[in-house]
Design a protein around this ligand. Structure first.
Ligand code: HEM
Length: 141
């Protein structure tokens, strides 16, 4: 559960992501595919070479979805309901992979926000991304 202060930190720092959604998303995906190559198995139809159009387009979509969650931070479950169905019923992504992508996205935030990625901001994103992962994986059960 995100505290009011943590929600405020997410909303504030998300302004630094706006305008860079495609770059940040692509960087997070590239990190995930490099550090955790087993995640590539879900994307056999993608060109996974660094900075490929597929990675950039997909990165933009993923970060746009995170942005939807930021805009509906009090009702993430409803905001991401369609994505939850997609990941659970169609894509059947093993839930363990969500932690990997969230970790990579946090590293990207830390790289770009530098000093602004304080331990408090880190904690807020940790909880926020865990809440999103919970929504995207809850329909597996
Ligand atoms: C598709 C978001 C985690 C695999 C998508 C789409 C979005 C999205 C927005 C596009 C849906 C559409 O085109 O309608 C997210 C978010 C995640 C997440 C916000 C977690 C924070 C993961 C993970 C994997 C994964 C961990 C696997 C390692 C896929 C695949 C597709 C997809 C295979 C379909 C790609 C395509 O064929 O275009 N996801 N995703 N997702 N996601 Fe996720």
């Amino acid at each position: 559960m995100l505290a009011a202060d943590e929600k405020r930190l997410i909303l504030l720092t998300w302004n630094k992501v706006l305008g860079h959604q495609e770059d940040f998303g692509a960087e997070a995906l590239e990190r995930m595919f490099t550090v955790y190559p087993q995640t590539k198995t879900y994307f056999p139809h993608f060109d996974l070479r660094p900075d490929s159009k597929h990675i950039r387009w997909h990165g933009k979509k993923v970060v746009a979805a995170l942005g939807d969650a930021v805009r509906h931070i009090d009702n993430i479950s409803e905001a991401l309901s369609a994505l939850s169905n997609l990941h659970a019923y169609s894509l059947r992504v093993d839930p363990v992979n969500f932690k990997l992508l969230c970790h990579c996205f946090q590293v990207v935030l830390a790289v770009h926000l530098a000093d602004e990625y304080t331990p408090q901001v880190h904690l807020a994103y940790d909880k926020f991304l865990a809440a999103i992962s919970a929504v995207l994986t809850k329909k597996y059960r």
